[in-house]
Design a protein around this ligand. Structure first.
Ligand code: EPZ
Length: 420
């Protein structure tokens, strides 16, 4: 069945949107829940396909999962009896790599294929492995299966060669029940890392320093039940903020932690968009004319790579030259060719997109190729003349909960069409 979005152009996003729970935190909390045999309740979970897939893997491992409410789940991992998650499912999402840390922490072993996920260029996991090895685990590759096992996981002093969200979280998961103290230096500082640390601490772990580049973890014998609510998704929030800026709308993005969005707020102000910051909301008032600017993506608190495609789209509206440099992933520019189909004047030089902005976008038939690039196409389509088709919306569904309905809430026409 072909599923695509049909987006009417020349529309402004207006009104209010309440932001869902953070995908990149939620996908780590579910594997983390397997570190205890007691029941863990997680609220404010986004309803996205990455979560559905992860839950399928967790169920197949033997955990029982129940859903007491729309956005909440209870997980009990007492009957988890396998350290070998289904290869077929693991291949479907990146975040399945968190099962390495959690199953290793729980059983001292895990057998898992390389994780899948969006194609953003090479995505090695050498830093994850380096951390597990430093803690005394042996790692063997056997017919595409990674076998990681340790008689006893011991705390270790680990210096990450590069700042990695996944490696930082995975090492935290393996270390919370290891013998002794683990120190992660050059740790990532993303809000989702703080969220995972808070979750683990609420279960009885001793993790200190999350949110800084040195995280210290003192291993404990046992973790216990917890009820926890996921932080708001700064990337979903940023998506709607940039949509308002790009369409000249007036939108209140509510239920956010404004501090998490400072890099986005700063860039929007730089191009001339008005942003009002409240205690838990950001109001974005777009302008007909905006100024060009340069953007460089970096780990938090730098400008997020996950909003780079949206920013490229916004800057097609700014008369003059803007440079957008992608420093986190080697090849996260597959949206550029599609945007050119809409008339965007963009050239690529290495890791920098050179955008000659100011001319109007026109409708086209596009193909989403990754989660964030796909969402950015919706913004481009709202700016364009005419009606745009966005195919392969499965990529967008991985990380945005019913995005078409969310856009409808803010007054624009984005329709999901399912053709048999
Ligand atoms: C997480 O990916 C997010 N995914 C990504 O979100 C996000 O773009 C990224 O962090 C950066 O913020 C999840 O949380 C599930 P990294 P991750 O390890 O952990 C290199 C989205 O759209 N690297 O911080 O895979 C790596 O290749 C997704 O929501 C190594 O070389 O990112 C990249 O260049 C996409 N060796 C850089 O580090 C390693 O062992 C940062 O990657 C690990 C990473």
């Amino acid at each position: 069945m072909a599923v695509y979005f049909l987006v009417k152009g020349k529309q402004k996003t207006e009104g209010k949107i309440i932001i869902n729970g953070a995908k990149n935190s939620a996908v780590a909390l579910l594997p983390a829940a397997l570190l205890t045999e007691e029941t863990v309740k997680i609220d404010n979970l986004p309803q996205i396909t990455d979560i559905d897939k992860l839950l399928n893997i967790i169920r197949l491992l033997g955990a029982s999962v129940s859903s007491p409410g729309d956005h909440s789940l209870s997980i009990n991992g007492a009957n988890v009896n396998s350290f070998s998650p289904s290869g077929l499912l693991v291949n479907q999402l990146r975040a399945s790599y968190y099962l390495m840390g959690s199953l290793l922490g729980r059983f001292g072993r895990v057998e898992i294929p390389m994780p899948g996920g969006c194609d953003l260029g090479p995505r090695p996991i050498d830093q994850h492995i380096k951390g597990f090895s430093a803690m005394g685990a042996k790692v063997e590759m056997d017919h595409g299966l990674m076998k990681v096992f340790a008689k006893e996981l011991r705390g270790a002093h680990i210096y990450l060669d590069l700042v990695s969200v996944g490696a930082t979280i995975n090492i935290m998961l393996a270390a919370v029940k290891a013998e002794g103290k683990t120190i992660i230096e050059n740790a990532a500082r993303e809000p989702e890392i703080v969220d995972v640390a808070n979750f683990l601490n609420a279960m009885g772990a001793q993790v200190r320093g999350a949110g800084t580049d040195v995280i210290k973890i003192k291993g404990v014998k046992k973790l216990h039940a917890v009820e926890y609510s996921v932080i708001p998704d700064r990337i979903e929030a940023g998506t709607f903020m940039i949509a308002a800026a790009a369409t000249g709308g007036d939108l209140v993005v509510e239920g956010v932690i404004p501090k998490h969005l400072e890099p986005v707020t700063a860039k929007l102000k730089e191009v001339g968009v008005e942003v009002e910051t409240g205690p838990d909301y950001l109001r974005v008032v777009g302008r007909e004319k905006i100024s060009p600017c340069d953007v460089k993506t970096f780990p938090y608190p730098g400008f997020p790579t996950d909003l780079q495609p949206h920013m490229v789209v916004l800057l097609t509206k700014a008369p003059g030259i803007s440079l957008v440099t992608e420093n986190v992933f080697e090849r996260r520019f597959c949206h550029i060719d599609e945007l050119r189909k809409m008339g965007a004047q963009i050239t690529l030089e290495g890791r920098t997109a050179i955008i000659e902005g100011g001319s109007e976008l026109s409708s086209a038939s596009l193909k989403a190729m990754d989660l964030r690039g796909g969402a950015a196409f919706i913004i481009a389509a709202l700016m364009a003349n005419g009606e745009t088709v966005i195919n392969d919306v499965k990529y967008i569904d991985r990380g945005y909960e019913r995005i078409e309905e969310r856009f409808q809430e803010v007054g624009v026409s984005v329709q999901r069409i399912e053709e048999k």
